[in-house]
Design a protein around this ligand. Structure first.
Ligand code: GLC
Length: 581
């Protein structure tokens, strides 16, 4: 409580009625705390550091239609070795467009297409019974424009207008816009949307129907705290803090990663620690790597996506050059004790090139041109590229964009398949390389400290689905190219399905192997000094044992020295070598 109070004092202490804020908060905590079910006393509070963990992220409707279908698919997930499932937004949202559910209209009602709150609770119980922890999104930067608060704001309630940023005068919006980065520039320029019913310009960092909340108003913190605890009381284990870099706004700043954003997250965290102590926060900060780590720690998020590892895996694959990967992870891997990275290669979102320009500069790589190269490479506009990706949010002002596509399409399987259909003799070799590339990436992922996360469908190496381009509500959001109904992953073409089956079997085996090796769990890591710019190498160590992991990110044969041993790596080979120390 002293920690919580001090964070709130920093944010709201100048208000004459500060004591009233604490009073209201105490009520919220007490009420929620009574409903909270403590996790088992003997449960490992640092479970996420174990080699037993393997993660999976899915949209309920795409994966299993609804909560009942989801329960039926638990054995499938168990078979894959999954122990952590992120169920993407489940709550009521606008019917027409909802940013895949990331525009929440009520945190207390589920999307009726998926089932009821009680169905969801049943599914959560079933997951727990199967030894799988559940992650749910806390979309707290914005609500949908159909949330009761937004509806009341549109009707003129001043109390609820103060929940958002609504300006009658365009110049007020322009004033903010001057220093803001455009997040969805294809949707609209600037970060404000004129909303007629609201009689003004509304702050909408993402889509026009996602209204940013104004946390400088303590009533917003109180209201969202109650919503957060209601999610905890459904029985979820982890809350994924969506778009957390944007939650505090201050004039003349870029309004990302502000110190007050950290204070606010700490306030939420301490509130959760009082009323729902088993709850773990996971950060979704897809920003500069210096900023990503600032959200990680026992006071904020104990788990975090690892966007640097993700982006640099793709970067190294395109460049056939591991220098930036090796040096950046060496420099930036460390995070506070008791915290873990969630390592991934694909998720439901785009790939942004969030490496540090300073790190790249030290290697003589120009960040801007390198991003231009990567964008070309992954959208098949670079000679010899194996990737079939689609650009996302091309910024006409900067030429910048991000990349969409499934793991298999970005790693070359779709390209090989297209060649096969044209009876091009190169198809076999290209497919072989794509399969090896994919298996190498998952092997390395599973050997890193933290939770390896699989994006649903990638375990079956599904390739891009371009049907979103003819769907009116989706055609402008290319992320739908990799948001595909799970049953669509079964293809009728035997050439493709043979390769996909090979990848599925390999991924299952990788997860099984990870679980049999303690050194892939709580053990330490050090990244090797670079020997060969095609090879990425690190060592995990614990007590008197260590395991070296060495991976070739290219089609070249390479030699690599570990002590006095020389390892021979073929294209995309991974070698692990265990030793006593
Ligand atoms: C997060 C989600 C993304 C969504 C955005 C706005 O980045 O992962 O899908 O568009 O937040 O909620």
């Amino acid at each position: 409580m002293p920690e919580l109070t001090s964070r709130l004092f920093e944010l709201y202490g100048k208000r004459w009625n500060f004591y009233r804020i604490l009073d209201k908060l105490a009520d919220i905590l007490q009420k929620a705390g009574k409903e909270y079910q403590e996790p088992d006393a003997d449960c490992d509070t640092e479970w996420y550091l174990s080699e037993q963990q393997a993660g999976y992220v899915l949209y309920v409707d795409l994966f299993a239609e609804n909560f009942n279908g989801l329960i039926k698919k638990i054995p499938y997930l168990q078979g894959l070795g999954i122990t952590y499932v992120h169920l993407m937004p489940l709550f009521k949202c606008p019917e027409k467009e909802s940013d895949g559910g990331y525009a929440v209209s009520s945190y207390r009602e589920t999307d009726p297409k998926l089932g009821t709150i009680s169905d969801l609770k049943t599914a959560l119980k079933e997951f727990h019974r199967a030894g799988i922890r559940v992650v749910v999104d806390f979309v707290f930067n914005h609500t949908s424009d159909e949330h009761t608060w937004a509806l009341k704001a549109k009707q003129g309630s001043q109390f609820y207008r103060n929940f958002y940023f609504i300006y009658k005068d365009k110049s007020d919006a322009d004033d903010w816009n001057r220093t803001l980065r455009e997040i969805f520039p294809e949707v609209r320029r600037g970060s404000f949307t004129y909303v007629k019913e609201a009689g003004g310009w509304v702050w909408t960092t993402f889509n026009p129907f996602q209204w940013d909340l104004n946390y400088s108003n303590p009533d917003v913190f109180l209201a969202m705290c109650a919503e957060m605890l209601s999610l905890a009381n459904l029985g979820v284990d982890v809350l994924r803090l969506d778009a957390l870099a944007f939650i505090w706004k201050k004039k003349n700043t870029c309004c990302e990663n502000l110190p007050e954003a950290h204070t606010l997250i700490q306030a939420f965290q301490y509130a959760a620690r009082i009323a729902a102590p088993g709850l773990v926060f996971k950060s979704e900060a897809i920003v500069h790597p210096d900023e990503v780590t600032r959200y990680i720690g026992p006071e904020e998020c104990r788990l975090s996506y690892n966007p640097l590892q993700m982006a640099l895996f793709w970067e190294a694959l395109a460049a056939r050059d591991t220098r930036l990967l090796q040096s950046s992870l060496k420099k930036r891997w460390a995070i506070p004790g008791g915290c873990a990275w969630v390592n991934y290669i694909r998720c439901h979102d785009d790939i942004g090139w969030t490496f540090s320009d300073e790190d790249a500069g030290k290697l003589g790589i120009n960040g801007y041109s390198h991003r231009q190269f990567l964008n070309k490479f992954y959208t098949d506009r670079f000679d010899g590229s194996f990737a079939r990706g689609v650009p996302f949010q091309l910024n006409p002002k900067t030429g910048d964009c991000r990349i969409c596509g499934t793991m298999a399409s970005l790693a070359g399987l779709e390209d090989a398949y297209e060649l096969h259909k044209k009876q091009d003799p190169r198809a076999e070799l290209y497919a072989e390389m794509a399969v090896k590339r994919i298996i190498m990436i998952y092997t390395v992922l599973a050997a890193l400290p933290g939770i390896p996360l699989i994006y649903s469908g990638d375990e079956n190496a599904m390739i891009n689905d371009y049907s979103y381009q003819v769907d009116k509500s989706r055609k402008d959001d290319s992320r739908w190219v990799h948001r595909i109904p799970f049953n669509k992953t079964a293809v009728s073409d035997s050439w493709l399905s043979a390769r996909q089956t090979q990848i599925t079997a390999a991924i299952r085996k990788i997860i099984r192997c990870r679980k049999t090796e303690k050194l892939f769990g709580h053990a330490g890591i050090y990244f090797h000094n670079l020997q060969d710019s095609h090879v990425f190498g690190f060592t995990r160590f614990l007590d008197h044992e260590c395991i070296h992991v060495v991976a070739d990110f290219s089609e070249q044969n390479c030699l690599y020295k570990i002590g006095d041993r020389t390892l021979h790596l073929g294209p995309y080979d991974v070698i692990t070598l265990k030793e006593s120390i």
